[in-house]
Design a protein around this ligand. Structure first.
Ligand code: T3D
Length: 262
């Protein structure tokens, strides 16, 4: 754990960095300190050469209630656009731009920017008790923190419009059915399953993981021709790695490969 943080907990478990939002009494709603500390924790995981996967969860009964509305309640001077540019957007960019896979571990309610945060992670595993709500519309705001990008891509435009305009709270099972998250597990199995998933990712060849993540995101806004060209370039690089040679060798020797990111 890192004692320098108050609103997040950071721990290394082997090759996995576990980051937990830590404002449980405020349902892990975002305040400026949590923006800063979560971003710092993500960057710390990104920089650490020993870390190969990140688990992003939360303490208490909620995953994240989005913006702490108490902190903006009587701030008429506040430009919400600035809050997004300075607080939320860098977090989404840190997650999606990181070479390492980030797994959301959602144990409870994820609302507003809290739901967006879960959707921005590369994979998401949730407890049967979790729920998701695009709460923005109920307070006259638009979806943010990447929801306008992720929702239609994950769930399709019709469902995205429904979720964003009606702001209904959906169960984890429904979120899985819609493709918003990967998997739902019983609450008592969440931590174990999420860590096992992160450890599996951490055992994969890191350079190929990074290139795969990059290519998939780029592919979302590229043409087929551009994607084919990108794949060829990345494969050319991947084909020259030690990890590739090790993977091939292990395949023919019928053993588990050991990847070192070279
Ligand atoms: O730049 C900007 O500021 C714009 C950026 C916006 C980003 C956003 O995230 S906007 C959306 C903000 N979030 C919300 O609107 C979510 C509101 N909360 C909820 O929808 C629900 O509370 C939850 C789904 C999160 C949890 O529901 P439930 O039934 O488990 O709990 P509850 O009874 O609704 O809430 C418990 C308490 O938490 C309650 O206070 P009380 O009555 O016990 O004194 C409630 O007011 C408080 N609370 C919940 N969410 C927030 C909050 N207090 C401050 N900020 C919150 N976001």
């Amino acid at each position: 754990m890192n004692p320098a943080y108050e609103t997040v907990e950071y721990a290394r478990e082997g090759r996995v960095a576990r980051i937990l939002l830590n404002r449980p009494d405020q349902l892990n709603a975002f305040n400026p300190q949590m923006h800063r500390e979560l971003l710092d924790a993500l960057r710390r995981a990104e920089r650490d050469p020993e870390i190969r996967a990140v688990l992003l969860g939360a303490k208490g009964r909620a995953f994240c209630a989005g913006q702490d509305l108490e902190t903006i309640r009587s701030r008429e001077d506040l430009d919400y656009g600035d809050l997004l540019r300075e607080g939320y957007n860098p977090i989404v960019q840190a997650i999606t731009g990181m070479d390492k896979p980030v797994v959301a571990m959602v144990q409870g309610a994820a609302a507003g920017a809290g739901a967006s945060l879960a959707f921005a992670c590369d994979l998401a595993i949730a407890s049967e008790k979790a729920s998701f709500v695009e709460a923005f519309i109920h307070i006259g705001l638009v979806p943010d923190t990447g929801s306008c990008w992720f929702l239609p891509r994950l769930a399709g435009l019709k469902k995205a419009v429904e979720l964003a305009l009606l702001g209904d709270r959906i169960s984890a099972a429904e979120a899985e059915r819609l493709g918003l998250i990967n998997r739902v597990v019983p609450p008592e199995r969440l931590e174990e399953e999420a860590l096992a998933l992160a450890e599996r990712l951490a055992a994969m060849p890191p350079l190929a993981v990074a290139r795969t993540k990059r290519a998939l995101y780029r592919g979302l806004s590229a043409s087929l021709e551009e994607t084919l060209a990108l794949e060829a370039r990345l494969q050319s690089e991947s084909g020259r790695t030690e990890d590739h040679r090790e993977g091939m060798k292990a395949f023919f020797e019928k053993r588990r490969p050991g990847f070192h990111g070279r």
